[in-house]
Design a binder for this molecule. Structure first.
Ligand SMILES: [Zn+2]
Length: 246
C-alpha cells in the first residue's frame, strides 16, 4: 500500500468516525429537544361508572364495561395522534379514591372524576356512557353538553357531526345537567355511544372495529374544536367551578 492509499484509508476512517459522532450527537440532541418541546394536548377520558356501579345493562352486558373498553380504544386513537391522555379509571373500579371518606360512594365517585379534571386542567373532558330507553327502536350516539356552556356546546356539535357521518340515525346534540359536566372547567362533553336497549347498537358497541370508528370520529371533532378554540390552560385555571364546589 502506497503512502497515498494509506492517506485515503485514514481520511475515510476519519470521515466515518466524524459521521458516527454526528449521528450520536443528533440522537442526543433529538432526545433533549423532544423533552423541551411542549407536550401534546391533554385530554381526560372519563369512562362512566365502574366497580359496583355497572350503569345500565341489557342481556347481561353492563354499561361500565363498554365505557371502559371505549375509553382504552379512544385513548389509543388519541395517543396515536400525539395527544396526551389521562383516564379517570383504567380498570373495573370506581373513582372514589380521589376524595377523602365521607358522603355516599356515588357522590364520592363523581367528585373524584371532577377533582381529577380540576387538577390536571385538560384541553377537554370526554365522558363516555351508554344510553337506554324502553322504546327499543331508539338508536345512535348522542353528545351532551352542559346547559349554557358555549364551548362545551361547540365541542359537542363538532363531535356529533362526525359521529353522524358513520351512523344511520342522525342525532342532534342535547344540553343536560350532569354533575361531571356542570362541575368541570374544561370544555366537556358526555357521549352516549348508543342505546344498550337497541339490538343493533348493543351488537355494535361490543365490536372493537365499530368502537374504533366512533373513536376516530370523536378525535376528528375534537381536533376541529381545538383548531378553532386553541387550548389555553390559563383559562381553565381561573376560578375553577370544580374547586369551589368540592
Ligand atoms: Zn352511564
Amino acid at each position: 500500500m502506497g503512502s497515498i492509499d494509506l492517506l485515503v484509508v485514514v481520511v475515510k476512517r476519519r470521515v466515518i468516525v466524524t459521521m458516527g459522532l454526528c449521528l450520536v450527537w443528533l440522537g442526543v440532541f433529538g432526545i433533549v429537544l423532544a423533552n423541551l418541546l411542549p407536550d401534546g394536548k391533554l385530554v381526560v377520558i372519563d369512562p362512566g361508572h365502574g366497580g359496583i356501579d355497572g350503569g345500565t345493562s341489557n342481556r347481561g352486558i353492563l354499561e361500565k364495561n363498554i365505557n371502559l373498553r371505549m375509553g382504552h380504544i379512544l385513548r389509543q386513537v388519541l395517543e396515536n395522534n400525539h395527544y396526551r391522555v389521562i383516564m379517570t379509571r383504567t380498570d373495573d373500579s370506581d373513582v372514589t379514591n380521589f376524595v377523602p371518606p365521607g358522603g355516599s360512594r356515588y357522590q364520592r365517585d363523581l367528585r373524584g372524576r371532577v377533582r381529577l379534571v380540576g387538577r390536571v386542567q385538560p384541553c377537554s373532558l370526554i365522558s363516555i356512557h351508554v344510553n337506554w330507553h324502553q322504546e327499543t327502536w331508539r338508536s345512535g350516539a348522542i353528545v351532551y353538553y352542559q346547559e349554557g356552556e358555549t364551548s362545551g356546546r361547540l365541542l359537542a356539535e363538532l363531535i356529533q357531526k362526525e359521529l353522524n357521518t358513520i351512523q344511520k340515525t342522525q342525532r342532534q346534540v342535547r344540553s343536560a345537567n350532569f354533575y361531571v359536566l356542570r362541575n368541570t372547567n374544561a370544555p366537556a362533553v358526555l357521549i352516549e355511544l348508543g342505546f344498550i336497549s337497541n339490538p343493533e347498537d348493543l351488537k355494535a358497541m361490543q365490536d372493537d372495529t365499530w368502537l374504533t370508528r366512533q373513536a376516530e370520529a370523536i378525535m376528528v371533532g375534537l381536533e376541529i374544536f381545538l383548531q378553532q378554540t386553541r387550548c389555553l390552560p390559563q383559562e381553565a385555571g381561573g376560578q375553577s367551578k370544580a374547586k369551589t364546589r368540592l
